[in-house]
Design a protein around this ligand. Sequence first.
Ligand SMILES: Nc1ncnc2c1ncn2[C@@H]1O[C@H](COP(=O)(O)OP(=O)(O)O)[C@@H](O)[C@H]1O
Ligand SMILES: [Mg+2]
Length: 130
Amino acid sequence: MSNKAVITAVTNQKGGTGKTTTCENLGVGLAMAGKKVLLVDTDPQASLTVALGHNRPDDLPVTLSDLMAKVIQDQPIAPGEGILHHPEGVDLVPANIALAGTEVSLVTAMSRETILKQYLDRYTLLTILS
Ligand SMILES: Nc1ncnc2c1ncn2[C@@H]1O[C@H](COP(=O)(O)OP(=O)(O)O)[C@@H](O)[C@H]1O
Ligand SMILES: [Mg+2]
């Protein structure tokens, strides 16, 4: 079996179409099947973060917007930084409303379409090395 990480994006412009529910259940299902799963909440409304038990996402010290800001500013990211662990066996990069501001900072960022991928590549590398 391949050890290569697979990225699955669940996306739809329309709200209420089951994106969050799909992410949560697919993630936990894959973890139950023995996969190592990192869920990345890319919604400033933070529904997935709340669904996984973090009722006050705006109080979290590190979320996806902080990690993406570090990539944009070429700052180091520590292994496991900002990652939350869930008893069902999935890990989570949480989101909060600050992610709405990330959209603005991406406008002037170099290679803005790759910032999230750059973060995920760094995460994967840090996980392998740690
Ligand atoms: N397969 C499904 N069958 C019935 N209801 C669903 C299904 N998937 C999601 N829902 C319900 O639909 C609503 C919207 O789902 P949600 O995952 O929050 O959508 P989105 O993230 O796209 O906004 C929620 O109340 C959820 O419980
Ligand atoms: Mg949602």
